[in-house]
Design a protein around this ligand. Structure first.
Ligand code: ZN
Length: 228
């Protein structure tokens, strides 16, 4: 499908969502300086809107966003796309539900990434949102990796949980919507902060499979507003 054939309104809507998430990440303190990446699939296409490389998220506008295909090739935009484009498009390509992908260096979660440690599932917020530990990616070298085994390792971790840790680097999350991806980035940082203090002050206990199942059921059946 040619991008020119796409309705401008549809592309604009996805761009608005990418801008909304980018600015919210900045305001929440989850991305600083020029770091952090947001990408979102344009519905029913093989195209992705992604943030530019080395660009402060609070200054970003529609003119700075780039459209790439699922191989990472630029199809529209004036700037260079994020250096993490290969990772983002690989995730979009391989996980159907990953319609929005967010990468941050949010500080507390990055502590676990630096130590190459999973965030253990010790708080109900984590069991509820992610259904278990936030895993560290097993095979990973450097930011901007294009190594296929490493990209597969990232997807493997994201099949365990919608958030994963990039060793000595940061956080990668996805959501079925832009809002969910943003929320997942916020919650990872929140639970990492609690986990660090809990691990410093005492010996927290991990949720069992059965307890996690209970919380996931609770989320499905009793949490939020009922659809009418
Ligand atoms: Zn990064």
């Amino acid at each position: 499908m040619n991008l020119l054939n796409l309705e401008r309104e549809l592309v604009d809507k996805v761009m608005d969502e990418v801008l909304y998430v980018s600015k919210a990440l900045f305001e929440e303190g989850l991305v600083k300086s020029t770091f952090g990446v947001v990408s979102k699939l344009i519905p029913d296409t093989d195209y992705v809107v992604i943030t530019p490389s080395g660009f402060k998220k609070e200054r970003i506008s529609k003119d700075n966003l780039i459209v790439v295909d699922l191989d990472g090739k630029v199809v529209s935009g004036n700037l260079r796309p994020s250096s993490e484009t290969p990772m983002h498009v690989f995730i979009h390509k391989n996980i159907r539900e990953a319609r929005c992908v967010v990468h941050t260096h949010s500080p507390m979660a990055t502590v676990f990434a630096i130590l190459k440690r999973d965030i253990p599932c010790i708080a109900s917020e984590q069991a509820f949102t992610f259904g278990g530990k936030i895993p560290i990616v097993k095979k990973y070298s450097y930011p901007g990796t294009t190594n296929i085994e490493e990209l597969e390792s990232i997807v493997e971790a994201l099949r365990i949980s919608r958030a994963a840790l990039l060793p000595r680097h940061g956080v990668i999350v996805y959501g079925e919507t832009a809002e969910e991806a943003l929320d997942n980035a916020i919650v990872v940082e929140d639970i990492a902060t609690s986990a660090i203090f809990a691990l410093l002050l005492g010996e927290p206990t991990e949720f069992t499979e059965e307890e996690i199942r209970y919380l996931q059921e609770f989320k499905k059946k009793r949490y939020g507003q009922r659809k009418t």
